[in-house]
Design a protein around this ligand. Structure first.
Ligand SMILES: Cc1cc2nc3c(=O)[nH]c(=O)nc-3n(C[C@H](O)[C@H](O)[C@H](O)COP(=O)(O)OP(=O)(O)OC[C@H]3O[C@@H](n4cnc5c(N)ncnc54)[C@H](O)[C@@H]3O)c2cc1C
Length: 382
């Protein structure tokens, strides 16, 4: 197989995981990122690795394959990436919430997904520090969890360098050097000069629409802001992901019956918390990244985890999900520019393990992976 020089625009979790796999196959990988990392979506992610919130079944299966690939991917990276696949624990405290959750569990079970209906005793045995009030329904999904995107990115980029590749930071891609006869891109024009390559991957998150537009490739993205918050490091008390119903009586701002509080704990002991929406494919679009909001969220969290009442809330700037118009991943070569590959998606943390491997396989071996057929960029027409 002839090795290529592949320029990857975007060093978030998607560009870095693809770069890692391509460089492991012997290709010369150059990642170009305008940085800083704090402005990428991967820096603000809740990083839930899951398939339980995904529908329809085809997309659920894609995410499920990636959940299953995470342990192998983390092992390949050869360092601690904070992968915690100790399950998703979720409960409801209203009859309406219980009915919706039960229906979803039945659907997932009909897809042979390993979700279990559990009682309060089970949840408390798994996570003794939780205080549950008025539980009407509980579920546990043993194969899911979370990971730390920054650690994954650092590990991928370390390996890319070890394999002879380059990571160019603080460098914005502003254009492409085109060969209109062969319909190929021969170089990427950047703020620091032109970088020659024979394949280009646009994995620029929310910057993908604009970059693709320079080549007249139409990739419509929606604006989808989201906000997480942190605590300072605390003793390790929870495993996996915890999803509690939000208290919607007006005590905490912006919550209604569909609101939930999701939490996880990183390797350093810090808790991450986020207000989310229940239901399939729902995302809580929010812009309030103030210190007051972070403190409100932490106070809310202490309803379920009273031991956190002495911890400090740390606000995190708003993050923007790279959300394709139809909410599904965009993966594949452009029909016109034959060496330009697009890779943009929400749930990029869940999908990074699979996408890295599949995209590298398609590019390196010139094959088409059937599971990616419905996600090709050509589905969007102006
Ligand atoms: C609040 C929130 C919660 C989330 N929760 C989850 C979750 O629980 N599970 C999950 O799977 N996903 C979740 N996501 C989504 C997930 O984080 C993203 O899908 C993922 O991080 C996208 O990674 P990426 O590499 O595609 O993009 P990014 O991380 O944004 O990386 C793209 C990079 O491209 C660079 N770039 C852009 N334009 C240019 C240019 N012109 N030149 C050079 N570089 C450029 C940027 O600097 C950036 O570093 C969440 C997102 C948010 C905001």
């Amino acid at each position: 197989m002839e090795n290529k020089t592949v320029a990857i625009i975007g060093g978030g979790i998607i560009g870095s995981s693809i770069g890692f796999q391509l460089s492991s196959l012997g290709n010369k990988v150059i990642i170009i990122d305008k940085g800083p990392f704090q402005e990428s979506c991967s820096a603000h992610s809740f990083a839930w690795v899951n398939a339980s919130s995904k529908s329809p079944i085809g997309y659920h299966s894609l995410c499920r394959s990636s959940v299953n690939k995470w342990p192998k991917f983390a092992k390949q990276l050869g360092t601690e990436v904070g992968l915690d696949l100790n399950g998703t624990t979720k409960w409801e405290n209203s009859e309406e919430g219980a009915d919706l959750a039960r229906q979803r569990v039945e659907t997932l079970q009909s897809w042979d997904y390993p979700v279990q209906i559990v009682d309060e005793e089970f949840i408390k045995a798994k996570n003794p520090s939780i205080h549950i009030k008025n539980m009407t329904f509980g579920q546990y999904i043993p194969n899911e969890g979370h990971v730390e995107p920054k650690r994954v990115i650092d590990a991928c980029q370390f390996n890319i360098r070890e394999n002879g590749g380059e990571i160019i930071n603080d460098c914005a891609v502003t254009g492409f050097e085109k060969d209109s006869d062969t319909h190929n891109i021969t170089g990427v024009i950047t703020s620091s000069g032109t970088i020659a390559c024979n394949t280009v991957i646009i994995a620029a998150g929310t910057g993908t629409q604009e970059l693709a537009g320079l080549l007249d490739i139409y990739i419509p993205l929606l604006e989808s802001p989201g906000v997480v918050a942190w605590t300072d490091p605390q003793p390790k008390t929870i495993n996996g992901i915890i999803m509690s119903p939000a208290i919607s009586d007006g005590t905490y701002t912006g919550n209604d019956e569909q609101s939930e509080v999701h939490i996880r704990q990183r390797v350093d002991g810090s808790y991450q918390m986020v207000n989310e929406r229940g239901g399939i494919g729902n995302h809580h679009e929010q812009n309030d990244d103030s210190q007051e909001k972070a403190e409100d969220l932490l106070k809310h969290l202490t309803e379920y985890f009273p031991h956190l009442n002495t911890s400090t809330a740390i606000a995190e700037p708003v993050g923007y999900r790279p959300m394709p118009e139809d909410k599904f991943p965009v993966l594949g070569y452009d029909e016109n520019w034959s060496n330009v590959y697009i890779s943009v998606m929400h749930s990029g943390v869940t999908l990074a393990a699979l996408v890295g491997e599949y995209v590298a396989t398609e590019i390196n071996y010139k094959v088409q992976i059937p599971e990616l057929e419905e996600y090709r960029p050509s589905r969007f027409k102006k």
